[in-house]
Design a protein around this ligand. Structure first.
Ligand code: ADP
Ligand code: MG
Length: 245
């Protein structure tokens, strides 16, 4: 079972991960109120569909314009324009069919000043049967493509479930992502948080693409894609409630 980006971020935030402020909206009427709660000067209007590749996607309807499913806005008026252009229209991405997915929900998020985009995910490693981190400095791109073109830029790090994420594991992830200073401090805290969320919520996959280093040197979870193990859902009524919304 999949959940939307904004729902995944709420889950990660409840475990203490750094995510931006944001407000999900279902209709144009809600946009103004949402945008007023965010400081600006940059807002990001993000289509909430159960598929990735939204930024590089394209809408079927001409009324939606040429831009993709993730749009930057430099004024409150521009947020409204983007919302009008996207809501109700069909977004086609590399992960949807040609018919695309209708955008019935937007997430209006505080814009970040991005220095670097990184890739980080957690999954169950088939080779070891253990949870494993996958980390790469090549964020914001299709990880399969990175794996194919430059496999040396990807670290797969299995975690021993009896000890969890050790300081040595976290340090190895920091090294692979070339984190230093404040970003390294944030990373040392973030990796155990993500692992805890992955285990406690019985996630099948947690993908953060991108995890960013901001211009102020801090880390932020900028995108989040989470799927759950259906067999374990009975233990998580809070997650089941998010189904098909
Ligand atoms: P998708 O992976 O579906 O294309 P993302 O959430 O990864 O969607 O967004 C695509 C790109 O848009 C990111 O790689 C990043 O460059 C930019 N972006 C997304 N959210 C923000 C934000 N809050 N602030 C600034 N840029 C953003
Ligand atoms: Mg992404």
């Amino acid at each position: 079972m999949n959940i939307h980006e904004y729902q995944a971020k709420a889950v990660l935030k409840s475990f203490g991960a750094p995510v931006a402020e944001g407000v999900p909206v279902l209709s144009l009427d809600d946009v103004q109120k949402a945008v007023d709660t965010l400081p600006g000067p940059l807002w990001v209007v993000k289509s909430q569909i159960h598929a990735g590749g939204r930024g590089k996607g394209k809408f079927l309807e001409a009324a939606a314009g040429e831009k993709g499913g993730v749009r930057l806005a430099f004024s409150k008026d521009e947020v409204l324009e983007h919302a009008k252009a996207m809501l109700g229209h069909h977004l086609v991405t590399a992960q949807t069919s040609d018919a695309g997915k209708q955008v019935n929900r937007l997430y209006i998020e505080d814009g970040a000043d991005i220095d670097r985009e990184l890739y980080l995910s957690l999954l169950v490693d088939r080779a070891t049967g253990r949870p494993a981190f996958v980390a790469s400095t090549e964020g914001g791109m299709d990880i399969e493509e990175v794996a194919h073109e430059t496999p040396e830029k990807i670290l797969t790090l299995p975690i021993d479930p009896t000890s969890g994420v050790t300081d040595a594991d976290a340090a190895q992830l920091c090294d692979a992502l070339k984190l230093d200073g404040a970003a390294r401090e944030d990373g040392m805290k973030l990796f155990p948080i993500l692992y805890k969320a992955f285990i406690e919520k019985d996630m099948a996959m947690l993908e953060i693409n991108p995890l960013i280093v901001m211009e102020n040197g801090r880390l932020r979870v900028l995108d989040a894609k989470v799927s759950f193990d259906g067999n374990a859902l009975f233990r998580h009524p809070d997650i089941v409630e998010l189904r098909d919304t």
